[in-house]
Design a binder for this molecule. Structure first.
Ligand SMILES: Cc1cc2nc3c(=O)[nH]c(=O)nc-3n(C[C@H](O)[C@H](O)[C@H](O)COP(=O)(O)O)c2cc1C
Length: 202
């Protein structure tokens, strides 16, 4: 995240500014990765999955930190067709897809999803809501009875509809308080991430 988006007035401002760390744009993992370097364990006794989608690397950074701290399995949601690496092209495509309620096909498959008690879901704010691969992911699994722990990154617009849309689309789960970080601050947010995790109630 090199430049901060200022989206308070008009979403079109997004076309003017860049975001994301392009070198991190390529997805790197499709299978669950167990992490072993837990720094805190408020989550003992629960089986925890940390899922995320990240275009530019900010949300990926947070997801990796969270997975380490909660000793969770880390799974990246990978679209079958990667989004353009060009920021403007990505925003244009995303706008069309979101406006059309498009469910972007994903490569990620979690065979043991039912084993998890707690599912962290992280994504960047895209046009005020969730990126289409996340819409596909949450529509592909049964979250009934699970605890969902959301985390979001943004480029200046804040949470907007990220949290309400997630809740609306996962009706039968329990939701913990979300973590919201601006993309430009994720790499200096260790304390915030830790204190959010410490405050979780599950
Ligand atoms: C397609 C697209 C749409 C975006 N829309 C918004 C938005 O509506 N509001 C906002 O605050 N940031 C928006 N952003 C900025 C991202 O939310 C922000 O840079 C985020 O930290 C990127 O996370 P990532 O590096 O994990 O992809 C958008 C970025 C992209 C690529």
């Amino acid at each position: 995240m090199k430049k901060i988006l200022t989206l308070a007035l008009l979403p079109t401002l997004m076309f003017t500014f860049g975001c994301g760390n392009q070198k991190d744009a390529a997805p790197t993992a499709a299978a669950p990765t167990s992490t072993s370097t837990a720094e805190a364990a408020p989550t003992a006794g629960k089986k925890i999955l940390v899922t995320y989608y990240s275009w530019g690397g900010n949300t990926k950074y947070v997801a990796e930190e969270v997975a380490k701290k909660v000793n969770g399995d880390l799974v990246e949601i990978i679209p079958t067709t990667p989004y353009p690496t060009d920021y403007r092209a990505c925003t244009e495509q995303a706008k069309t897809e979101i406006n059309n309620n498009f469910k972007a096909p994903i490569n990620t498959k979690i065979d043991n999803f039912n084993d998890y008690d707690v599912v962290f879901i992280g994504y960047p704010n895209w046009w005020g809501t969730m990126p289409p691969p996340i819409a596909t992911f949450i529509g592909s699994y049964n979250f009934t009875g699970k605890t969902i722990v959301p985390f979001y990154t943004h480029g200046g617009g804040g949470v907007q509809r990220c949290d309400s849309d997630l809740k609306r689309n996962i009706p039968n789960a329990k939701f913990e308080n979300y973590l919201l970080l601006s993309g430009s601050s994720v790499r200096s947010s260790d304390r915030e991430i830790t204190s959010w995790i410490d405050g979780l109630k599950f």
